[in-house]
Design a protein around this ligand. Structure first.
Ligand SMILES: C[S@@+](CC[C@H](N)C(=O)[O-])C[C@H]1O[C@@H](n2cnc3c(N)ncnc32)[C@H](O)[C@@H]1O
Length: 258
């Protein structure tokens, strides 16, 4: 990891958050990104051919540095809200990924979820284990179409000091109605059973409104890891991200001056 800016350092917070191209190596980017790409594919498949005039609403609970929100926001016709308890993470997310169809908000999920507005999709990646009773809390989230989440699978207690929940397995999803499980390997591959992936790292769960096809009927499993483009695979990725980010912020600043 290269030298972090003061804001990047606050966002990273001793390993709490992932910033693509800044804090971790390429295999970590592939692993993290493979989850959000699965979410995107499932939602995009639901919406294919939809003629809704209003945007489809998605909320990402525990959106961190906001890069996952930006991926979901590329689905045509959606508005994505990222919610995180960290004001620094939300500031960073707004600076890096602000767009017309994206909103970032600072909230503590413990207070937000019980009274949250209803979204078409509620998603969360690698965040609910950071929240006391986070799995049961998210089971009460308000959604119309699907709830899609993942958390570390059967993690030992000393693996990450930011985690409140450990040793999560299928039986901890009791509060979820008709969950479909999926499993993610350390390499980013995703399958429908623990044994379908090597070195299972995350367990995912999808709950769907009646009438929607099941996960297994929409996505082909086992699912290959997300493949980085030439840009992400390049040694210069971090440098290019910083350069692009600088010009993005400069453009935004100059637009504001007009
Ligand atoms: C490991 S990060 C995951 C971020 C993002 N989903 C990703 O995959 O990069 C966990 C996030 O959960 C957030 N978080 C932890 N406790 C929270 C709470 N009580 N309310 C809202 N967000 C919380 C943290 O601030 C952090 O950004």
């Amino acid at each position: 990891m290269g030298r972090l800016t003061p804001l990047e350092s606050q966002v990273y917070n001793d390993g709490e958050r992932f910033i693509p191209g800044v804090t971790h190596n390429l295999p970590e980017l592939v692993r993290h990104r493979s989850s959000y790409e699965l979410y995107k594919e499932l939602i995009a498949a639901d919406l294919a051919g939809s003629e809704r005039s209003e945007p489809v609403t998605i909320v990402d609970l525990g959106s961190g540095a906001g890069w996952g929100v930006a991926i979901l926001a590329t689905i045509p016709g959606v508005h994505v809200t990222g919610v995180d308890v960290s004001a620094e993470a939300v500031k960073y997310a707004e600076e890096e990924h602000g767009a017309a169809n994206i909103t970032f908000e600072v909230h503590d999920l413990a207070k937000y979820v019980p009274d949250m507005p209803t979204f078409d999709y509620v998603v969360s990646r690698g965040a609910l284990e950071h929240v006391v009773d986070g799995l049961n809390l998210a089971a009460g989230a308000k959604w119309r179409e699907r709830l899609i989440i993942d958390v570390p699978y059967d993690e030992a207690y000393d693996e990450n000091h930011h985690h409140e929940l450990i040793h999560i397995k299928e039986e901890h999803f009791e509060a979820y109605e008709s969950p479909s499980f999926f499993y993610e390997g350390m390499d980013g591959a995703i399958g429908l059973a623990v044994g379908d992936v090597e070195d299972c790292n995350m367990i995912g769960c999808v709950c769907s409104r009646e009438g929607l096809p099941l996960l297994a009927d929409v996505i082909a499993f086992p699912r290959a890891p997300w493949a980085p483009g030439e840009n992400e695979a390049s040694e210069l990725y971090a440098w290019k991200r910083k350069r692009n980010s600088f010009f993005r912020r400069l453009r935004r600043f100059l637009r504001g001056k007009r």
